[in-house]
Write a protein that binds this ligand. Structure first.
Ligand code: ZN
Length: 428
């Protein structure tokens, strides 16, 4: 099947439900930028798609960064003087400052408070905090729980390890007709949070699953990597072969109820930027396209000036613009299968444009060819205007997508016109 056939046969609502079920399955694991929670997650993805796992040892230098020690955690708690767990890692893995060093001691409430993090604006929610590159320990809890703690001694225990080990990431290559690649990258390092970024991880896995075994022009490379350090590591290890990447997207935050937001690549006018812009404009749902900025997710690394790859970012509500971001409220109720389905089918439509875009040449460029005598009018149907645009602008310098932009005619109509002109030997 081609991607066209796939799109017309796709029951995206059903795919949305499958993506949601995978999010539910992965939600409980305590992931981080290294460690067994991350490995376990990737092994579950491996049941759906062929994944090649990579383990990079602690201490490896990757550009200006160093692979950190590996972090693992079994349990953590704060007990009151009665021996009751008042903060319990088993209830939510967000309770532990991610990457906390092991600790076991007794502290006064005042001493304990130096290591507690809350969110006073949303007193029921637990914030998500990390300390990857500075050794520290701490607990995150709801502000209401903090207010209920009496002035007493507390026993604190974090049963974690921070030792030499590995950074784990995985990639999935789906070969196409060309060696040229479309890169889809998603961060897989957050613990029990749904939208950021299990929605991205699971949508990417299903894109890979549906593309597998189909006919497509491009090869597709999917990266499931810990944020920042994972992208830096991958770029370091693959710096001499990134020329094969022709287009790409970072996927994150795909299951919330907000509109889709596409953030352009640093190039700003790359084919992926035009394709995403076109699809979002055509579906008329008030989706938005924003310019590149050097903050955000792993587009920061792919679009660093030494690489400047044509990679944009595809999200719904941008990170930080919804209060649930990086809190326990980014839970399984916050993402919905219908929004995942919408993200999934929109992504497929963008990929379909990339698959079918191309540069053509009008074989009768001197004045208009006489269309009537070729019987073209019967065939061209609703694409007559599109045909005139294609004939005029197919000079080898304008792609079908460029012509679609110039004419404000949908890409699929431009493409249909081009296919008919090819059939009648007026275009090649
Ligand atoms: Zn995040």
């Amino acid at each position: 099947m081609t991607i066209d056939d796939l799109i017309s046969n796709l029951d995206s609502k059903a795919v949305g439900k499958e993506i949601y079920a995978l999010i539910e399955e992965l939600f409980p694991f305590c992931r981080s930028i290294t460690g067994d929670g991350l490995r376990k997650t990737l092994r579950i993805l491996q049941k759906h798609i062929p994944l090649e796992m990579h383990e990079i040892p602690t201490g490896t230098e990757v550009f200006d960064w160093t692979i950190p020690k590996e972090w693992n955690i079994r349990d953590a708690w704060v007990k009151n003087s009665k021996g009751e767990r008042v903060i319990d890692f088993r209830k939510s893995n967000l309770h532990v400052l991610n990457y906390s060093i092991p600790v076991h001691k007794t502290l006064s409430l005042a001493g304990l408070k130096d290591h507690l993090y809350t969110l006073s604006e949303y007193p029921d929610w637990i914030p998500y905090k990390t300390s990857y590159y500075r050794e520290n320990w701490g607990f995150c809890l709801s502000h209401n729980l903090l207010s209920s703690l009496s002035d007493n001694n507390y026993e604190v225990m974090i049963d974690s390890t921070l030792t030499d080990g590995h950074l784990t990431y995985a990639e999935c290559l789906i070969p196409g007709k060309l060696k040229d690649e479309i890169l889809i990258s998603t961060h897989v390092c957050h613990p029990s949070l749904s939208n950021d970024n299990l929605s991205g991880v699971c949508t990417a896995a299903f894109l890979a699953k549906y593309l597998g075994g189909q006919k497509h022009r491009y090869s597709y490379r999917f990266l499931f990597i810990p944020g920042t350090i994972g992208a830096i590591t991958w770029l370091y290890l693959n710096q001499h072969s990134v020329d094969t990447i022709k287009h790409g997207m970072v996927l994150t935050g795909l299951g919330d109820s907000g509109k889709i937001t596409y953030k352009k690549s640093r190039q700003g006018n790359a084919e992926i930027d035009k394709a995403a812009q076109h699809v979002l404009a055509c579906n008329g749902q008030g989706n938005s396209v924003i310019e590149f900025s050097p903050y955000g997710y792993d587009e920061r690394q792919y679009c660093s000036p030494g690489f400047d790859l044509p990679i944009g970012r595809f999200s719904r509500t941008p990170y930080g613009e919804y209060p649930q971001y990086h809190t326990s409220a980014d839970d399984l109720d916050f993402v919905q299968s219908d929004f995942l389905a919408d993200s999934f089918s929109t992504l497929f439509n963008i990929l379909n444009i990339l698959e079918n875009n191309g540069f053509y040449v009008n074989l009768y460029p001197k004045c208009e060819p006489q269309l009537g005598k070729r019987g073209l009018y019967d065939e061209i149907g609703p694409h007559q205007l599109a045909m005139l645009w294609v004939l005029n602008y197919s000079d080898g310098k304008n792609s079908l997508l460029d012509i679609s932009e110039k004419s404000k005619i949908e890409f699929q109509s431009i493409r249909a016109a081009a296919n008919i002109l090819i059939k009648f030997n007026l275009l090649k």
